[in-house]
Design a binder for this molecule. Structure first.
Ligand SMILES: Nc1ncnc2c1ncn2[C@@H]1O[C@H](COP(=O)(O)OP(=O)(O)OP(=O)(O)O)[C@@H](O)[C@H]1O
Ligand SMILES: [Mg+2]
Length: 419
């Protein structure tokens, strides 16, 4: 079924805009005078918030889990509405976006590598082919195979060992193990999700085992237009320690010395190109072992970053990654030159344990603003992945250390009560 207002200007088809960068794309389209269309499922569309419905000029309802049908429906929709650009707004649909762009002759990513930014096994192969520094890895189908692969020694990956699903996000099912005791549980956790909510897309349930890379973690986005990479600023990423690594915050600028920041930008750009990003944005995460000068790539997604990073990067640099992304998918030169040098930090509020949310208090300090994600009475998941976030605070200051310190102070004075 298709409905909507029809073409009014350049239009971009978003393959599932209910991803967490959707609202940044809506704002960006408004600024650029671009109209937005959505490709989604009828029942998922029924649950769209009002602001998203109001932003759409038309909707292509299809079955995104059925690739031939979805490509056929979306191709017909693109032709009917003179769509000029395709963007995935949900990591699992980045392959569909690449395949559709190639089919209708619009700027897009390399269709031969369409699945590499979604599937971490194909990603590992693409990184190896391109010589990108990345953790050593192996695939396991079950716990027994994982045990064989993980054994310590020159041929094994050793400990600590990272166990993760081949296809997933939000740190769901990712464990860092110090030894073999919990290996079977970690493999089961990585294989727990066979289909992705809310579309029911089937997931690759193979398990990826990775060598553990110690050190600080950073992310860096790359806007690629016509195959030319435009690296964005480096962002420092904070996570929990221990078996479950949940993002606790991000700070821009990163505080890295200039040569190391440049190495991260270069490596992130190479990683984006290695997984076939040619027109659009890529979000790359890296770790730098203590004392090393080489960033190791943990992963690259062919999508805007989540975690409100669009807000953080724009507040710090003046660059809208969402605007640049839309420009790139429309075949335009993206605006990526920074217009300011502020420092901005976001900090997520996590519960000490799962339960029912009783109360959240976030103090209002000058230079900060905050948002609560859940309401009293809502279920709070156990703090094993990013689904447990209760809220966040954003702090702005003159330096990265000050912004991070301010966000940390607000978080330390906040109260999250779970019953
Ligand atoms: N090989 C590794 N070495 C060290 N730490 C790792 C490794 N792999 C993952 N991690 C840690 O676990 C986190 C989550 O892993 P990863 O990014 O692969 O999963 P994800 O589900 O795609 O996460 P997200 O969507 O939250 O970025 C990383 O940000 C990092 O802190
Ligand atoms: Mg990640």
């Amino acid at each position: 079924m298709t409905f909507g207002a029809g073409p009014r200007g350049p239009g971009v088809l978003l393959i599932e805009p209910m991803g967490n960068a959707g609202r940044f794309l809506v704002e960006a389209a408004d600024r650029l005078g671009v109209c937005l269309y959505a490709a989604t499922h009828e029942d998922v569309h029924d649950g769209y918030p009002d602001w998203l419905r109001a932003a759409l000029s038309g909707v292509c309802t299809t079955d995104l889990t059925d690739t031939p049908r979805a490509l056929g429906d979306m191709e017909a929709f693109c032709r009917r509405h003179a769509v000029a650009g395709i963007a995935a707004c949900f990591e699992l649909f980045t392959p569909l976006a690449a395949l559709l762009a190639a089919r209708v002759g619009l700027p897009g990513n390399d269709p031969r590598l369409a699945h590499a930014p979604r599937n971490k096994i194909l990603m590992g192969r693409a990184f190896a082919t391109a010589g990108i520094p990345a953790p050593r890895w192996a695939v396991a189908h079950d716990a027994a195979e994982a045990r064989r692969v993980a054994r310590a020694g020159p041929d094994g990956l050793g400990w600590p060992l990272v166990v993760k699903p081949a296809e997933q996000g939000g740190s769901w099912g990712v464990s860092v193990l110090d030894g073999p005791d919990r290996l079977a549980d970690a493999v089961a956790a990585a294989q727990r999700y066979t289909h992705a909510h809310p579309h029911g897309l089937e997931l690759d349930t193979r398990v990826l085992l990775q060598e553990y890379i110690p050190g600080e973690e950073y992310s860096c986005d790359t806007v690629v237009a016509g195959g030319v990479a435009h690296p964005m600023p480096v962002v420092r990423k904070d996570t929990t320690e221990g078996p479950y690594r949940i993002e606790t915050g991000h700070t821009c600028p990163s505080g890295l010395p200039a040569p190391l920041a440049e190495a991260v930008r270069r490596t992130a750009a190479r990683a984006a190109l290695a997984v076939g990003v040619r027109n659009g944005i890529a979000h790359t995460e890296v770790k730098i072992p203590p004392g090393a000068r080489t960033p190791y790539v943990i992963e690259t997604g062919a999508r805007l970053p989540g975690d409100n990073l669009c807000e953080v990067v724009e507040a710090a640099t003046g660059v809208s990654e969402a605007v640049a992304h839309l420009q790139a998918v429309l075949g335009l030169v993206p605006d990526t030159a920074p217009s300011r040098t502020d420092a901005v930090s976001i900090r997520f509020l996590l519960p000490a344990r799962g339960g029912v949310l009783r109360r959240v208090d976030i103090p209002d300090l000058p230079g900060t603003h905050s948002e609560v994600h859940l309401r009293p009475g809502d279920a709070v998941p156990d703090p094993v992945d990013s689904a447990c976030r209760v809220g966040h605070v954003v702090a702005r200051a003159a330096t990265a250390d000050e912004a991070r310190g301010l966000a940390d102070r607000v978080a330390a004075r906040s109260r999250v009560e779970v019953g």
